[in-house]
Design a protein around this ligand. Structure first.
Ligand code: RB5
Length: 151
């Protein structure tokens, strides 16, 4: 499986660590940057990564910034993107089972490397449960129609 990864300077170090981990687990990794600790703007990387997922170049992506918050806000602007900011493995597991998250977001300045690796491991190993959760996901994307309705 191809995993696309992206970060800003606040997530760069963790991205490098996780890239090595993913490759050691035989995943192919496409790294969209950034490539060093020079200050950059997180939305640029979130927008790029989202395009990869929406164009089916990759099924899953990982975004990392300092807190993970800016990346989450940016990625979740796109219908069809379900970006989950996780700081522990249980949320990562449930974000796959219940929300079919296709982007995992991490905070490079808020969690340690070992914990991040555990979160990634669980996230990649867990499948979507479907059923009632699929109905709920359809309702998330129906926001387009709701927005058009005058109240
Ligand atoms: C960059 O300093 C920082 O704002 C960014 O990494 C992220 O935490 C934003 O949400």
């Amino acid at each position: 499986m191809l995993i696309v990864v992206g970060s800003d300077h606040g997530g760069w170090e963790l991205k490098e660590f996780l890239k090595t981990y993913l490759q050691s687990q035989s995943y192919s990794v496409e790294d969209l940057g950034c490539y060093n600790s020079t200050s950059v703007d997180y939305p640029d990387f979130a927008h790029q990564l989202v395009q990869h997922i929406l164009n089916h170049k990759s099924e899953k992506g990982i975004l990392i910034c300092g807190t993970g918050i800016g990346m989450s806000i940016s990625a979740n602007r796109y219908p069809g993107i379900r970006a989950a900011l996780c700081s522990e493995p249980m949320s990562a597991r449930l974000s796959r089972q219940h929300n079919d998250s296709n982007v995992l977001v991490l905070g490079g300045r808020t969690i340690g490397k070992e914990l991040a690796r555990e979160i990634v491991k669980v996230w990649l190993a867990t499948t979507f449960s479907g059923g009632r959760h699929a109905r709920r996901l359809e309702k998330i994307d129906s926001v387009k129609d709701i927005k058009k309705t005058k109240i």
